[in-house]
Design a protein around this ligand. Structure first.
Ligand code: HEC
Length: 276
């Protein structure tokens, strides 16, 4: 009897957890929310093979729902992006067209769902998995998808103004020509660094420090040290709680690191007070 009562009590928290929404999708004043079960039971849920998974570094198989379907029927203000917010406050600004693509000759975005009874492996060097929800990509053009668009521990998709419109503090000198490498560096910064690092107070995340205020790393690190840190932070200094991941050259080339450092250097001369 006692054991039975105990068992019944133990069941309650897990039931409550199962019914909790894991994902919010917000755009144009409308918010949809989904529990794990609701996602798994959708008719468009599929088993997908990911050849080269970014969080796990190898092939993975997932139950997943196409992101395009989760966004369908919502209205998006012109020029908006989708902010993919993770449980820890990581916030990637992903181009809407990439997430809404359904052309199988390009890259397709999915929300992979970690089964409650069969957890995924832990991410190397971390004490957690990529779940419960993880943005993964398939298709022949998957290599063109930036590593930070593989948002793990996803909690929310929300339409937002483009980063340039939302955070004027990210802007480069407007007199720079369109093909100036500093502009390419800004684009890379927004894709690869802004998900964790604000700049001039612009950005949605406080996972890492602001990279221009009060000082910019180009002002206190050597060029070689900064390059090495972006490639592999552990090669510069290492402690158990560190969060920034290194990226191999196939995900971020040396040339791309130089472009990002070029943008940081340029922005060191354009400090401005963070938005209130
Ligand atoms: C997943 C989140 C994340 C991403 C993405 C990320 N960083 Fe970091 N970064 C951090 C965190 C957190 C720290 C603080 C140290 C730590 O915990 O690793 C940090 C530390 C740093 C530092 C050292 C700052 C200091 O003074 O100690 C620099 C420089 C830096 N990051 C640059 C970058 C650049 C450039 C990019 C883009 C290529 C980038 N980071 C992408 C999370 C991130």
């Amino acid at each position: 009897m006692r054991a039975l009562v105990f068992g019944a009590l133990l069941l309650i928290p897990s039931l409550a957890r199962a019914a909790e929404p894991l994902l919010e999708v917000a755009a144009g004043g409308e918010t949809r929310s989904y529990t794990r079960e609701e996602l798994l039971k959708r008719p468009d849920a599929a088993t997908i093979e990911v050849a080269k998974d970014i969080a796990y570094g190898g092939p993975m198989t997932y139950r997943a729902v196409p992101v395009a379907a989760l966004l369908s029927g919502l209205t998006f203000p012109a020029g908006s992006v989708i902010e993919a917010v993770a449980i820890d406050g990581f916030a990637a600004q992903i181009p809407l067209d990439l997430l809404r693509n359904t052309d199988a000759s390009k890259a397709i975005a999915w929300v992979a769902i970690e089964p409650e009874d069969q957890p995924w492996p832990k991410i190397a060097g971390k004490d957690y998995t990529a779940g419960p929800l993880y943005v993964v990509w398939t298709g022949p053009e998957v290599a063109s998808i930036r590593s930070e668009y593989w948002a793990y521990q996803l909690a929310k998709f929300e339409s937002q103004l483009s980063p340039a419109a939302r955070w004027p503090g990210l802007a480069v000198d407007p007199s720079l020509p369109d093909d100036d490498p500093v502009r390419a560096g800004q684009t890379l910064y927004i894709a690869q660094c802004l998900p964790c690092h604000k700049l001039n107070g612009g950005g949605a995340s406080v996972v890492g420090p602001d990279l221009n205020l009060p000082m910019n790393p180009t002002q206190y690190m050597t060029p070689e040290g900064l390059h090495a840190l972006i490639r592999d932070p552990k090669s510069v200094r290492s402690w158990p709680g560190m969060k920034m991941n290194g990226l191999p050259p196939d995900l971020l080339s040396d040339r791309e690191i130089d472009l990002i450092v070029g943008y940081l250097k340029h922005m060191a001369g354009r400090k401005q007070a963070p938005p209130q």
